[in-house]
Ligand binder design. Structure first.
Ligand SMILES: NC(=O)c1ccc[n+]([C@@H]2O[C@H](COP(=O)([O-])OP(=O)(O)OC[C@H]3O[C@@H](n4cnc5c(N)ncnc54)[C@H](OP(=O)(O)O)[C@@H]3O)[C@@H](O)[C@H]2O)c1
Length: 342
């Protein structure tokens, strides 16, 4: 029996890594009930057969992905699907009365031409693309509250944007000289097995990939652009894979427009994030172990050799995906942003 004011959640792509993380968080959320788990699999699995840790905690069998079957049964859908699928489902989910939090990139880039260029597909849902909110609460809280579609940001862009935007907003750094160097645990690549992610390839191995042409580079740029008065930002992004299960450490090299002290930089961050419960400003370099399985983003800054260096650590599957989605859900349904996440 559902309590009044309970938010009913459907998860689509229930067998995904990010779904597992969402289920883990939602089972501890006092105001949410998971009412549907949807998958393309046939036969449909019991969720405990996919994720045995939920045995005894969530007894549910998945059902086919059918938006109209969710009408009246769910208030919001979390879409944990590969890029390119959400835009085919969102119009029908909205028509069935649900709001949507999409984990993929389908609603993140406002310009359809950007999406076509970086995702090799034409966008098919331009109306909802235009009205979707970019789900980074620390920067876009107000828009998220009222949105019917929230584009949950990418994991790297979450860490990078949180480290860059406060300085950009105050016009303290050169928007054309932004370098982002980041490393992610392997869960960032999802559950689908790929040869390059097998244990022998990744164990004791640390390497860069997609240097200067990762899809998250344009996403970071477009978020920065909103804070550049004239023209556009330029971001050089170099991602790495590190042999850990989860976690992102992002190092940003930023060029101040005027000489600046560390105290000034720290003051900018302190003021920018004074009311943000998930941003922790640390004196020491952030560590992925300290944010693992939490929704925190730990940030530290330094000034050296004429550059501002900002470091950010998040858990790619929590603040970088499912935790951020729950934070967005809380905002969308008028709950305290921290509910179920502290
Ligand atoms: N992993 C992260 O850290 C992370 C962080 C931020 C954002 N994201 C984004 O979140 C989304 C999910 O990522 P993930 O890492 O959780 O993915 P994943 O573990 O690889 O799971 C993908 C899910 O999509 C389903 N699926 C694949 N192709 C499908 C199709 N054609 N029709 C219907 N369902 C299909 C899979 O179902 P089967 O079980 O049937 O294969 C599986 O449930 C992606 O867009 C990803 O970019 C991921």
């Amino acid at each position: 029996m559902l309590q009044q004011n309970t938010v009913r959640v459907a998860i689509i792509g229930a067998t995904a890594y990010t779904s597992r993380e969402a289920i883990r968080l939602l089972l501890n959320h006092p105001r949410v009930q998971i009412t549907a788990l949807c998958s393309r699999r046939d036969p449909q699995p019991a969720i405990e057969d996919i994720f045995p840790e939920f045995a005894g905690r969530l007894t549910m069998t998945c059902e086919p992905i059918n938006p109209s079957a969710l009408k009246g049964r769910a208030d919001v859908a979390l879409l944990c699907l590969p890029n390119g699928l959400a835009m085919g489902l969102v119009p029908d989910l909205l028509a069935a009365g649900l709001r949507v939090i999409d984990f993929s990139a389908d609603y993140r880039l406002k310009e359809p031409a950007d999406y076509a260029q970086w995702y090799n597909k034409q966008h098919t849902d331009l109306a909802n693309l235009e009205s979707a909110a970019y789900g980074l609460p620390e920067l876009f809280r107000q828009k998220i509250r009222d949105a019917r579609v929230v584009a949950n940001p990418g994991c790297y862009p979450t860490a990078a944007s949180l480290g860059i935007v406060p300085l950009l907003r105050q016009h303290l750094i050169d928007p054309h000289e932004i370098i982002v160097n980041a490393a992610s645990g392997i869960s960032g690549a999802g559950r689908e097995p790929k040869p390059e992610h097998h244990f022998p390839e990744r164990h004791e191995n640390f390497e860069a990939y997609k240097i200067g042409d990762h899809r998250h580079q344009i996403e970071i740029e477009r978020t920065c652009d909103g804070h550049v008065p004239r023209g556009k930002s330029q971001v050089l992004f170099v991602p790495h894979l590190i042999p850990m299960e989860r976690g992102i450490l992002c190092t940003m090299y930023l060029k101040p427009l005027q000489p600046i002290s560390l105290e000034h930089v720290q003051q900018v961050f302190a003021e920018a994030y004074a009311n943000d419960p998930f941003i922790r400003l640390r004196r020491y370099p952030p560590r992925t172990a300290e944010v693992a399985r939490t929704n925190f983003c730990d940030l530290t800054a330094r000034v050296a050799k004429g550059r501002i260096i900002v470091l950010a650590a998040i858990d790619n599957m929590v603040k970088g995906a499912a935790g951020q989605a729950v934070q967005n859900l809380n905002l969308m349904f008028g709950l305290d942003e921290r509910t179920g996440l502290m």
